[in-house]
Design a protein around this ligand. Structure first.
Ligand code: SAM
Ligand code: SF4
Length: 488
């Protein structure tokens, strides 16, 4: 998959998760005066997870989700600040929401507008100044307080801005999870980052690194599995830096957490994202060899192929160290599919530096990669560095890089044609009788299969590889078809 976005499960360009329908459960008992909440999610999977948790917190207050913004009593933009384009989209959406709010007001209907996520954290009160229709601005560490803050707004408190990093544990304060039944779910295990790559806003918007305790996570995972989830993707800005408190009080590594989760009956697949090369420890590499439920897929951003760019980015590893790490991972799990993030046009990047990024992509033969034009972010060291690269050069480099990535992706997909692979079916496909699932290597697969296979892993013989997905037939069907073809 080639996209100007990052992390697993998306082909996003800044704001793909425009779902407006974060899940909420009301057990069919929505109060008579039902209020409707529309949530638009920008950016990474951590925001997708947060939107879901917000929706659950609001469900306890009688809010049901809607995909129709026009009927929303509360509209939330859960925002991303990682690149300028993502942040600016929020303001154009706020303009549309203002008009909607005015229109509904003429019909006697109240509409509250809230901005949450990383733009809320980074811009705070500036959002209310630029967009006075906004009632509430809430940073990523405070969204568990949404119900209380909304009550204060309704009580006449005026526009509220909540961007502190409170001491209380957000996850403990949130209601227990009741996600819609789905085969696959996210679980945030770690938040924040203190690595301070010079291009990145995360340490400023999400705060310092924090890991959730193992017991809280195994309990949340069990509840997910009880509701039909069969695959869990562990999320964190630096997920492999996870060091949550274990049941014995000692710090537990991500490998330890994966082992604890793998013991849950009914959970079939575990993934994690996003990792930093410096935190790829021996025990995590060994888990890829030993832990059957840990899928052979790893998203490991390298960002740039030239050592001088890596140093200016404060990545604290060289290209050779990255290659050596990949060799160790492949030794432990030879079939592992690798994915990465690459930034083009970082300040000072020359044509020769860029050529080294291309060379590394070709040498490693990634299965997936996400590529970005460097976007200067206010307050980050790289934004004021000398040698800012012209937009035109960045665009041209991105195009060239994406062609290489696309070729690699096509090669990787084609290699599976004719193979039988276990697919976890997640949902119905667009065509009648078709299901969609994923291979262990995270490729999308379409196959004709009965709905009873949703949530099950079944062998599929891959017949064709398309640009972004594979299609095939159930191995059981192939056997039956062959049997029918044999004259008796
Ligand atoms: N923690 C991960 C790591 O260390 O690689 C990355 C998490 S970051 C939220 C996701 C990706 O966004 C990064 O890997 C990087 O490629 C991209 N990114 C971050 N800041 C950027 C910027 N200022 N301009 C362009 N891309 C950026
Ligand atoms: Fe951002 Fe990742 Fe660097 Fe942390 S390690 S500052 S999240 S790019």
């Amino acid at each position: 998959m080639v996209a100007s976005g990052s992390d697993l499960l998306d082909d996003r360009d800044e704001a793909v998760f425009e779902d407006g329908a974060a899940t909420a459960e009301t057990d069919g008992l929505a109060p008579a005066a039902t209020k409707r909440v529309f949530i638009k999610t920008f950016g990474c999977q951590m925001n997708v997870y947060d939107s879901e948790r917000m929706s659950e917190a609001l469900a306890a207050q009688g809010y049901v989700p809607t995909e129709e913004v026009a009927e929303a009593d509360l509209a939330i933009l859960n925002t991303c600040h990682i690149r300028e384009k993502a942040a600016e989209k929020v303001y154009s959406d706020l303009g549309r929401l203002r008009d909607l709010k005015q229109g509904r007001s003429k019909d006697g209907k109240e509409t509250l507008i809230a901005v949450t996520g990383c733009v809320a954290q980074a811009e705070g009160r500036e959002i209310v100044r630029r967009a006075p229709a906004v009632d509430l601005v809430v940073g990523p560490q405070s969204y568990h307080r949404l119900p209380e803050l909304l009550a204060r707004v309704r009580g006449g408190a005026g526009a509220l801005v909540e961007t502190e990093f409170p001491d209380e544990d957000k996850f403990r304060a949130l209601p227990q999870r009741k996600p819609q039944a789905a085969a696959s779910a996210f679980l945030t295990v770690q938040e924040g980052c203190d690595k301070f790559c010079t291009f990145c806003v995360v340490p400023y918007t999400r705060g310092m690194e924090f890991s959730r305790p193992v017991t809280a996570l195994t309990e949340e995972a069990r509840r997910l599995v009880d509701r039909g989830v069969r695959e869990i993707t562990l999320l964190g800005q630096n997920v492999n830096g996870y060091h949550g408190e274990g049941p014995d009080g000692a710090a537990t590594s991500l490998a330890g957490l994966i082992r604890a989760l793998a013991a849950i009956d009914g959970l079939k697949r575990i993934r994690y994202t996003t990792s930093h090369p410096r935190d790829m420890t021996d025990d995590l590499i060994a888990a890829h060899r030993d832990e059957e439920k840990l899928m052979p897929f790893l998203h490991l951003p390298f960002q740039a192929g030239a050592d001088r760019v890596l140093a200016a980015m404060n990545r604290k590893h060289t290209a050779d160290e990255y290659k050596a790490l990949i060799a160790r991972i492949r030794e432990a799990r030879p079939d592992i599919a690798l994915s990465t993030d690459i930034i083009v046009g970082f300040p000072g990047e020359t044509d020769e530096d860029f050529a080294q990024s291309i060379a590394l992509v070709e040498e490693i033969a990634f299965a997936h990669a996400f590529s970005f034009k460097y976007s200067p972010r206010p307050g980050t060291p790289a934004s004021t560095m000398d040698g800012q690269v012209p937009e035109e050069v960045k665009r041209e480099r991105l195009e060239r890089l994406q062609q290489v990535i696309e070729r690699g992706f096509a090669r990787f997909n084609k290699a599976l044609v004719g193979e039988t692979v276990p697919v976890l079916f997640e949902k119905a496909g667009r065509h009648e009788g078709q299901l969609v699932g994923r291979t262990p290597y995270w490729q999308l697969v379409h196959a004709d299969a009965p709905a009873s296979l949703i949530g099950e892993v079944a062998d599929v013989v891959i017949e064709t590889a398309k640009a972004n997905s594979l299609s095939g037939v159930l191995a059981a069907d192939t056997v039956a078809r062959q049997a029918r073809a044999v004259p008796r």
